[in-house]
Each structure stands twice: as C-alpha cells, then as structure tokens.
Ligand binder design. Sequence first.
Ligand code: NAG
Ligand code: NAG
Ligand code: NAG
Ligand code: NAG
Length: 645
Amino acid sequence: MRALKFLALFFLIINPIAAQEQEASGEVYRLIKLCSYCTCSEIPDVDGTHLVLNIQCSELDRIENFADLDKIEWPENPNGLKIAAAFEGLGLTTLGKLPPNSQVETLRFSNNAIKTYWPDPFNDVPNLKRLSFTQNELAELTPDLFTKVHALEELDLSFNKIGDLNPLDFKHLHHVKRLNLQSNLLKKIPVEALQPLALLEDLDLSKNGIHDLLLRRTESTTLKGIKRLNLSGNRIRSIVKDSFPEENNIELLDLSNNIIEVVEEDSLLSCTSLRELNLAQNNITFTFALPPTLQIAILKINTLYHWPKFPSGITFVDLSYNRLSALYDEDNVEFENLEILNIGGNQIKDFDIQKKLPKLYSLDLSYNLLADVPKSLSSQTFPKLEELRLDGNPIESIYFKNIIALKNLYMNDLNKLTVVEDKAFSNVIGRAGDESLFEQSCFSLFLSNCGSLMSIQEGAFDATTLCMLDISKNNLTKLSRTLLDWKSLTEGANLQHNPWHCSCELQWMLDDLLPQMYRANSRLLSELRCGSPRAYEGLRLVHWYNWTEQAMCSDDLSMRSGPYGTYMMEESREGLSKVTSLTLILGGCIILALLVAIALVVYLVKTRRRHRVRQAALNRKRQSAADAKNSNGTQKEQFSALNKA
Ligand SMILES: *[C@@H]1O[C@H](CO)[C@@H](O)[C@H](O)[C@H]1NC(C)=O
Ligand SMILES: *[C@@H]1O[C@H](CO)[C@@H](O)[C@H](O)[C@H]1NC(C)=O
Ligand SMILES: *[C@@H]1O[C@H](CO)[C@@H](O)[C@H](O)[C@H]1NC(C)=O
Ligand SMILES: *[C@@H]1O[C@H](CO)[C@@H](O)[C@H](O)[C@H]1NC(C)=O
C-alpha cells in the first residue's frame, strides 16, 4: 500500500502534467453530451414565431455523474437556434458554472435539491432570458449568483426556503419583468433587494410569512412600477394609509387569504390604476373606499355587513359569504357595467330592485333568506341575464311574477319546497343564443336535492320550453305526462333518486320517456328506480325497457321475474350490456349441460374404443386359436408326411 502511494507520489513529481490528465480523465472528467442523455427537439417558441432547440432532461434520463452541470456539452446547433434547457427532478444539489453558450435563453432547474452553487454560474450564458429554480432548497442567495445575466426577464424562485434577501442579491437584474417568490419563508417584503429591478411588473410574494404591508415610506421606484402584486396567503393584518406607494401602478392586487381585519377608509386610493382587487378570505368587517378604476372586486368570505361603494366601471362583484342583510342602496350606486354579481351565502331577505342592470348576465342569490322568488326578477330590469342561482333559500312556493329570459336556472337545495304549483315557471322563457335568432329558445332548470318536494303540478311549465330538467334527489312519486313536451328536452331529464310510484299512472314513462332516454341519455337511467309499491321497490325502470305489455299496469307481480335483486339489469352505461342475472344463470346451465354432454361423448368414445380393442384382442385370440388349430393340422400333416417319408 505504502509502496503504491510512494509510486504515485513519485509519478506525480516526475510527470505532473500526466498526473493532471489522469485525474481529469480518470474519474470525473468526461464531457456529457446532453442530447445522448436527454430529449432534444426543435419546437416552436412560446409565441410560435420561431423554432427553439429544446433540451429536456428529467429523472427518466439516466445521467451518470451529472454532478453540477459544469461538465455538460451543449449540443451542436448548426442553425443557431435559441436554446431552452430543462434539468428537472435530477436530484442536483449544487449548481456548477455552465459552459459557454450565447444561444441559451431559457434554463429550468425545477424540482431538484439545489442548495449551493459555484460563483457566477451563469457568466457564460450571457443571453439568458428565463430562469427557474422552482422547488429547490435555496435558503440564502448571494450577490454572486445572478451575475452577468443582464438580459434576464423572468426569474422564478418559488417553492424554496428563502427567508431573507440581501440588498445586493439582484443587483444585475435590471431587465427582470416577472419575479416569482411564491412559497418561501419571507417575513417581509424585500424592498431593498428589489430596488435594482427597475422594470419589474409582476411580483408574486404569495404564501410567505409576510406580516405587514407598509410601502409608502420607501423611496423605491421599483415598487411604484409594479403592475401585478400577489400577496395572497400571508399574515397581513391590516391595510393602512401607508400600505402602498403614492401614485403606484398596481393594476392587480391579490391580498386574499390573509388575516386582514381592517382596511382603512382611503388606504386603497393611492392605487390609481387598480383594476382587480382580491380580498377574499380575510376578516374584513367594515367597508372602505375603492379606487375609481376598479373593475373586479372579489370580497368573498369576509364579515362585511354593508356594501362597499363600487365605482361605476365595476363589472364583477363577488360578495358571497359575508354578513349582508340588505341590498345596495340603489340611489347611490352605478351598476351600469356590472356583468356578474354574486351575493350568495348572505342573510338577504328581500331582493327588491327597481333600477335596471343593463349588462348583468350572471346573478347568484343562493343560500340567502329569500322566502319567495323575488318579484323584481324581470327581463325589464335584467335584460341580459343568462344565469340565475336561487339555491338553498327558504322558498316555499315558486312563482315568477314577471317574464324573465334565462339560459340556466338553479333552484337546488330548497328544503322548504313541497309542491311546485301550476304556472310556477310559466314566466320563465329561454334566452336565444346570439348566433341564430330563429332558434327556439329554451332554458335548463336545476331543481334537485329538495328533500321535501313531493309533487310538481301538471301546469308548472305551461307556456314555456325547457332544454334540460334536473329534478333528481327529490321526494317525487309521480309525474304528469303532460307536464312538458318531453321530446323537446334536447339535453335530457334527470329523474334519478326519487321514490317513483311504479303504477299504471307512470306507465307513460316506460312508453315515451324511456326509449328516448335510452338512446340519448342512458347514463341518466342507472338510478331511475321505483320507490313503491313494495314489490317493485328498488327496481330500475330500465328493467322494463322494450317490454311489449303495459308492464306497470299489470297487477301480476310475476312481472318481476325472480326474487328480489336477481332480475335487475346491470348498469348499462352505453345501453349496450344487457346481461341479466337470469341469462347468466341460463348461460351457466347451458354450459354445464354442454360440459356433461362432452364428458358423456368422451366416455362413450373411450369405452367404445376399449370395446373395440377388446374385440380386436378377442379376435386375435380366436384367430391365434384357430391358427393353432390350423397349425396343429399342418403339423399333423407334416407329421404324417414325415411318417410317410
Ligand atoms: C396569487 O397566488 C395564489 C397562491 O399562490 C394563487 O392561487 C393566485 O392565483 C394568485 N393570484 C393571481 C391573481 O394570480
Ligand atoms: C376571523 O373571524 C372569525 C369570526 O369572526 C374568527 O373565528 C377567526 O378566528 C378570525 N380569524 C383570525 C385569523 O383572526
Ligand atoms: C317523502 O314523502 C313521503 C311520502 O311520500 C313522506 O312520508 C316523507 O316524510 C317525505 N320525506 C320528506 C323528507 O319530506
Ligand atoms: C328494442 O326494440 C326495438 C324495436 O322493437 C329494437 O330495434 C331494439 O333493438 C330493441 N332493443 C333492445 C335492447 O332490445
């Protein structure tokens, strides 16, 4: 051993160059040709304007000794295409210095375990534009990571363990427009570190531990330039006057999922370009002023008791799951542009609107305290309405007083509803699609999961046309054939999960509805079952499909072939498999009989053969006996001949 070491040392002293070479080629040094390990392809760029050379190395590619990526060899690129390379899920822990290439524009190291890096890893890829380190173990950055990446526009550092940023960490990133720091461990907004990013537009700081928002005092010009700021999922408690820089450019502000209780009255007014504000899932109780530019306001899941004053350009309001008990003050509100209004999950008892909402197409009033269908729902007040949700209200009786055109009407979960009376929906009409003016207009009704609903009167849909009817999961036992024009239901009827009383009164379902549904909506047949009489309980209606007799009108209980459970059809998803248990049993019997027959035949053949063999043996015996006799004869003759001789 010692001799060996000595020899090596000797060799080293004698020939240092050779030693170096040996060290290099022996263990580590072998350039890795990327395209022989990874997938290389020429694909169109994101905007589809030109081709890029895409190199994709993922955990599936067996790369030995990949180490720090400093030993890779970029592929030949005779056409001079831009290069996008991804090294994903390779278990890299250290990032080395990448070999020179001026075509590389995109690098992704997603989903590794990178914790450390050599200094200046990107110095020789000077035209890098997009860089992602998402899902790694970076805890601390140093100023020698992003050097010489002056062209960088997009930087993704999400899902790492960054707790703090140095003021100099990003000092070369003058052209970065998008920075993603989502899901790190930042405790505050890294104002100083962001300062060099003069062109930053998009900053994602969501899911960190940021607890305050006080940006006014900073001199930062960067923060004033940001257009989209995501602070969702942090620990921010309040929005105050000093929260935002004066005259900032924020257009989209996401502050959802914080623990904000207070938004000071004028605190958002410095956001003079704000178009979209998300304050969902906070603990905001009192209203505050909204900037006049606002178009989208998401305030769901808070504890607001009153309506904020929305600016006239507002198009989308989500105030669901708050504590509202009244409507907005119509004299003080401009909803000229409102397209979507969601006030579900509040405590509103009356929805009495006089002023027209000319652009509203979706209105959600579900889970409030409305005892009736609001009388103000009319096409005059809501000329563009397409979708109306009234689910979960304590409505006892349905009646639309005024004519209203809709595409979809949702009235599920009405626990107090027992009867749908004549003319209930007579004033609801379909809204014709814009494309064809002459198309017959119809609407879809969802009236499901109303546990007490026992009857729908025959005239409930008089003078109207449905495209789809969902009355599943109610307590219905009967339904009138003339309730509506069943053939016009282009999208079918869902009647499942009701305790239908399968008597002669419902025979029409088998005659008219079933064949139609069997062809078009067979999936809606699997839970369409009888609830009574007892003999038919649980039986699927599809059981009687194609019966020639009036199955339900017969008193003869033998219509049920076999004991409970054995007659039922297997679920016919495509309406194809129609193997009843009975046929199964029959099939089994036939197969058994066949088997027995085969066994019999085999037995017969065998015994016959044995018989033949035995016969043959017998014959042979006889023959040989005869032969013996004969030969005895000849022997005698021979004897006598001999004697003679
Ligand atoms: C903000 O971040 C959260 C969590 O990462 C994400 O769900 C949300 O979509 C983001 N908001 C916007 C407007 O992109
Ligand atoms: C938000 O308010 C609700 C009820 O008002 C309370 O139960 C909850 O603890 C509050 N959450 C926080 C984070 O303060
Ligand atoms: C459903 O209807 C039956 C009678 O057909 C009734 O006894 C039962 O109470 C009803 N269920 C509910 C939840 O109202
Ligand atoms: C039902 O009857 C029709 C016409 O009598 C026939 O064309 C069809 O094949 C039958 N379907 C099944 C599944 O028996």
